[in-house]
Write a protein that binds this ligand. Structure first.
Ligand code: BES
Ligand code: MN
Ligand code: ZN
Length: 486
């Protein structure tokens, strides 16, 4: 997709050459700033109440008189925010879906002003509207012919808008990579495949990568990760990615992504309904890869490490059993009471491994608990941290990126539930507060650094008719990384 910014006055919109002109309108005086034929057309459809300035509404005009573009779409935004703008652009593109328009120009009317955030939101809306998964369904067609988008703005700070477009495009590339990985079925996206993706990313974008196999993981002493991986014939991988954008002595940020490429539950096997969706259980890993993709484009002055423990969770004659006790890399022993609580078992060893980087902060990202979906639904990811400053940064990054999260508690009282008579801890704490006790489990491995956990079980993918990966929380993580750069 080709994105351009053109500083053009609102009064000259009738002369814009494009296959379609989209005019986003917000506020009471919708035609504010428009003049000539477009102002007249908008006035007409408003007065006839064919078009109302209400979120979600659009109106399509074919070859309107006095306008050079052969197609015009008016799309209403509920207010002047970049969030409302993104949604309005999405609706406008739906109105143009299946048209042969290749070049769409997008302009603002009413109370809207173009900012960097608006430009970034535009790219996100266009990417959402045009992404189609084809790897195992090559017959799926892209939803239109769109290949060029021109953003028109007046009084806008060109540099800021250009930066917004660049940020949007880097994030879009990261989101698309994450979606591509996560949408691939479990027989395609294996731990080996994830490692190959990391290697390709490193090769193409100047990153460093190291891939550890079972032998190396055994030598390190990751007994907890190994316990999950041993039920599968598919070989495990432990991926270490590095982006070096700052001086060597600068402490890195570390991102840790859960890479369960299929979660059957293991011996504590899941019911079969919707089990196919457990191919998305590597959404955390995908978001780490996607964030590295975006960061490699944007080149912030920061050091970043990505850790991905990747394996399958399968039932087998050699699989770990309920009641088995394992020793984690930290030395703490774990009684595995439920083999379906496997995410925390692979993450805890990766979190201990993170210590060697003497990190400025560690953020893990995981499709960790069904309980988090019950608590927060599909709009906000769960954020867990005892560090108020880190919480604030991540919450704000999510808001700015339109990829929101919500803080959940971590009081020590919740730790009680993890007590075991046979090990330092059990791996489950019962149904009550399941997302919190999972986070409390991880917390036991993070004493040496500042740490936050994102439970993305409700946000990494969509079910139902629109089943597919979302690429979240790549936008949140990219904004967080950018916010920490000097
Ligand atoms: N990958 C799942 C979490 C999950 C379940 C995400 C459904 C999205 C939808 C995780 O490994 C898991 O199975 N968690 C268990 C934990 C329980 C056994 C304590 C869960 O949430 O049921
Ligand atoms: Mn599980
Ligand atoms: Zn899982």
């Amino acid at each position: 997709m080709d994105f351009r910014f053109l500083s053009a006055s609102r009064t000259g919109l009738a002369d814009v050459t494009a296959d379609a002109l989209v005019v986003i309108v917000a506020g009471e005086s919708a035609e504010q700033g428009l003049e000539g034929p477009l102002a007249q057309h908008l006035k007409d459809v408003l007065s006839q109440r064919d078009f109302v300035v209400k979120a979600g509404r659009t109106f399509y005009l074919h070859k309107p008189q006095g306008v050079r573009a052969p197609r015009v779409v008016f799309a209403a935004a509920s207010d002047a925010s970049s969030k409302a703008f993104r949604s309005a652009v999405g609706h406008a593109l739906t109105a143009l879906k299946n048209s042969s328009a290749k070049h769409v120009a997008i302009a603002l009317a009413g109370s809207l002003e173009m900012s960097g955030d608006h430009a970034e939101a535009l790219v996100a809306a266009v990417t959402d509207a045009t992404y189609v998964y084809r790897h195992t369904k090559p017959s799926a067609l892209p939803p239109g012919a769109l290949s060029k988008v021109t953003l028109l703005g007046e009084k806008a700070d060109t540099k800021v808008v250009q930066q917004g477009l660049a940020r949007g495009q880097a994030i879009a590339a990261g989101v698309t990579l994450a979606r591509e990985c996560a949408n691939r079925p479990g027989n395609h996206c294996t731990p080996t495949y994830l490692a190959e993706q990391a290697q390709a990313l490193a090769r193409d974008h100047g990153l460093k990568v190291e891939v550890l196999d079972r032998k190396a993981v055994e030598k390190l002493g990751m007994g907890s990760f190994l316990a999950v991986a041993k039920g599968s014939d598919e070989p495990l991988r432990f991926i270490v990615l590095r982006y070096e954008g700052a001086a060597r002595n600068q402490a890195p940020l570390v991102l840790v992504g859960k890479g369960i490429t299929f979660d059957t539950g293991g011996i504590s096997i899941k019911p079969s309904a919707e089990m196919d969706e457990m191919k998305f259980d590597m959404g955390g890993a995908a978001s780490v890869l996607g964030t590295f993709r975006a960061v490699a484009d944007l080149k912030p002055k920061i050091n970043l490490v990505g850790l991905i423990p990747a394996c399958e969770n399968m039932p087998d004659g050699r699989a770990v059993k309920p009641g088995d006790v394992v020793t984690s890399l930290s030395g703490q022993t774990i009684e595995i009471l439920n083999t379906d609580a496997e995410g925390r078992l692979i993450l805890c060893d990766a979190l201990s491994y993170a210590e060697r980087f003497k990190p400025a902060a560690v953020v893990d990202i995981a499709t960790l608990t069904g309980a988090c979906v019950v608590a927060l639904g599909h709009h906000r990811s769960g954020l867990f941290t005892a560090d108020d400053e880190l919480a604030d940064l991540l919450l704000r990054s999510g808001q700015k990126a339109q990829d929101p999260c919500w803080r959940m508690p971590l009081d020590e009282e919740y730790e009680e539930a993890l007590k075991s008579n046979f090990a330092d801890m059990g791996n489950v704490g019962g149904r009550a507060g399941g997302a919190i006790t999972a986070a409390m489990f991880l917390r036991k491995f993070t004493a040496k650094y500042r740490w936050a956990h994102l439970d993305i079980a409700g946000t990494a993918w969509k079910g139902g008719a629109a089943k597919g990966a979302t690429g979240r929380p790549v936008p949140l993580l990219t904004h967080f990384v950018l916010s920490q750069a000097r």
